[in-house]
Design a protein around this ligand. Structure first.
Ligand SMILES: *Cc1c(COP(=O)(O)O)cnc(C)c1O
Length: 423
């Protein structure tokens, strides 16, 4: 048996209906934007492996930093102790994040980063004796798959089976161009009560919804409405963080600062699972008391893992390097060129670009479901042609590692165009 066959024997994959899924390619090697499977077939990873790997697979600089940390101090518990890479990472992040983000809470993945933010928001008001037990989120949001994160997510078939067991979340429309007023009005209607602890959102781009984009000004208006009512704003930058939007963080486009931020995915350069939630001083202070019960009783075993922190520090060095910043601009410019090339295409409904993210919607007769037939056909076509892309319904998006070469990116564009012709 080869690896793919053994995989079928042993594994239960994420978001997968195994009854209708065949053998999956077994990837054995990566370099830059490229991956190879056990048969030697080459793939271009045009979505940076679910948006985690901006600086390329098997990156030597990051690997060396990890090796050095592993052979110095691989792990120490963060309950009752601290460690050097964690301190250095938070010190560095202070210089990069919005200036009001003062405290860092570590966890393991995007969902836990969101859980921490939601629990902190709810407990902050509990500690103060205020009844604020509800959360506000966008329609079609995605914040992860654990219960609080899932409750905040609005992609219905992800959460349908668990409706009775979720915290109370009310939804407002995403302020895409033309819907800004409607979104703000719906929010203001909710804010007439004092029931809400926080508003959680993916700033500027809703990743899992299919790279749905909206303007900074629209988000600023929503955040200001929340801040007037002391409802915390939680920027979930798990996808958008670390350069994807063309700036280090999507929040860098805003004149309003969020109260909390969630970071993961590209945080450790696609190596070690880690996440963090950052807070204002005011939120942190809301847990200070002589009463131990007012503390935030949340923690994960691998909190602030030194190896993960060392990987994150190496990743930030790469992000800040001139060559990586030039790569981001290069990809952005090439996306714009491809976008204008597609502008008059009869089979394309819309296209959008922000930073290294390009999305296009294919015209269809009927509504295409998230994991529907069109999506599956496109996905298979891309895989057959050695391109890793995961369309969402009729939306095809590209979010490549920043190190993708011009030739590789050209090939991705070319195969995407062929796919459009095919449907
Ligand atoms: C992926 C994602 C999450 C969840 O992260 P996991 O590491 O998969 O738990 C949360 N929020 C956003 C915006 C994401 O893109």
């Amino acid at each position: 048996m080869n690896l793919s066959q053994k995989d079928q024997l042993y594994h239960w994959h994420p978001y997968t209906q195994h009854q209708t899924t065949g053998l999956l390619p077994a990837i054995v090697k990566g370099e830059g934007a490229l991956l190879w499977d056990e048969n030697g077939k080459e793939y271009i990873d045009a979505i940076a492996s679910w948006w985690v790997n901006p600086y390329g697979h098997a990156n030597r600089f990051v690997a060396d930093a990890i090796y050095k940390q592993l052979t110095t101090l691989e792990h120490v518990l963060f309950g009752g102790f601290t460690n050097e890479p964690a301190v250095l990472l938070s010190e560095k992040l202070r210089t990069l994040l919005p200036s009001n983000q003062k405290k860092v809470f570590f966890s393991d993945n995007g969902s836990t980063a969101v859980e921490v933010a939601l629990k902190a928001a709810l407990q902050y008001f509990y500690n103060k004796g205020e009844q604020r037990k509800k959360i506000i989120a966008f329609e079609d949001a995605f914040h992860g798959d654990t219960f609080g994160a899932m409750a905040s997510s609005g992609i219905t078939f992800f959460t349908e089976a668990f409706q009775g067991s979720l915290i109370h979340v009310d939804r407002i429309p995403v302020p895409i161009p033309g819907r800004e007023q409607e979104s703000l009005q719906e929010l203001e209607k909710l804010l007439e009560t004092d029931d809400y602890a926080a508003f959680i959102f993916e700033p500027l781009v809703q990743g899992a919804a299919g790279m749905v984009m909206y303007a900074p000004e629209a988000l600023e208006a929503l955040m200001q409405a929340c801040q007037r009512k002391k409802v915390f704003t939680i920027a979930d930058e798990v996808m958008t963080g670390f350069g994807k939007t063309g700036k280090n963080f999507a929040c860098d486009y805003l004149s309003v600062q969020p109260d909390m931020m969630c970071l993961s995915k590209a945080l450790t350069a696609g190596t070690i699972p880690m996440a963090l939630t950052t807070f204002t001083q005011d939120i942190f202070d809301g847990f200070l008391d002589v009463d131990v019960n007012k503390a935030l009783f949340h923690g994960h075993t691998f909190t602030a893992n030194p190896t993960g922190c060392a990987a994150a520090l190496a990743g930030l060095r790469l992000l800040e390097s001139e060559s990586m910043q030039a790569n981001i601009q290069r990809i952005h410019q090439r996306h714009l060129n491809f976008q204008s090339h597609l502008a008059q295409h009869p089979k394309i409904k819309t296209t959008r670009v922000l930073g290294v993210i390009l999305a296009l919607e294919i015209k269809t007769e009927s509504h295409e479901s998230y994991y529907g037939n069109l999506r599956n056909k496109l996905y298979q076509f891309f895989i057959e042609n050695g391109i890793i892309l995961r369309p969402v319904g009729n939306i095809v998006y590209i979010l490549p590692p920043y190190v993708i070469t011009d030739a590789q990116l050209d090939k991705v564009y070319q195969i995407v165009e062929q796919a459009i012709e095919m449907v």
